[in-house]
Design a protein. Structure first.
Length: 170
């Protein structure tokens, strides 16, 4: 095959040490590969999977961060996930589920999402969060700090974070 391109596979550390995948790990790899091959064929499944992934990520979020964060001013993963959930038809159900099951930071994202998406549902949910004293990491630009949850809830109630989600991020 004179015109065939050759592919070089990097010699990874685990191969040099003779470590092999167990049958359970190999089965997971095969399932992931099959899923990756089928995803382009089902755009609606892909969108649902993305929304589900976004809600799952929000449920485990460790910090509450909106607007540009870090030196580059990039969008936080939590904000990106909340934006994805808000675009879904079942956003209200996802947000209400997150209020019950998510980490404290994830609950704050869900509360903010409810404020923007369904004000009566937000008004019903917010009293339970007003007196919470959980400590949540927040990120404002390059500053990372711990704040009490009730303080962040008051910021949400004042509308301090509304504009971050109602405008396009650049």
């Amino acid at each position: 095959m004179s015109g065939a391109a050759s592919v070089q596979v990097p010699d990874s550390e685990f191969l040099r040490r003779g470590v092999s995948l167990g049958s359970a790990a190999l089965a997971r790899v095969v399932k992931l590969l099959a899923l990756a091959l089928l995803m382009p064929l089902a755009p609606s499944v892909r969108a649902d999977a993305h929304a589900s992934r976004a809600a799952s990520s929000l449920a485990q979020e460790k910090a509450f961060a909106l607007g540009g964060v870090g030196v580059a001013g990039t969008m936080s993963p939590g904000e990106s996930d909340l934006r994805a959930v808000l675009k879904e038809a079942d956003a209200l159900q996802q947000l209400q589920s997150l209020l019950k099951e998510a980490s404290p930071a994830g609950q704050l994202y869900a509360l903010l999402g409810l404020r923007l998406r369904d004000r009566p549902a937000y008004e019903q949910a917010v009293p339970a969060f007003r007196k919470r004293s959980d400590v949540v990491s927040t990120i404002h630009g390059c500053i990372v700090m711990d704040e009490k949850m009730d303080n962040i809830v008051h910021q949400i109630e004042r509308g301090d974070h509304d504009t971050f989600l109602t405008r396009e991020f650049r």
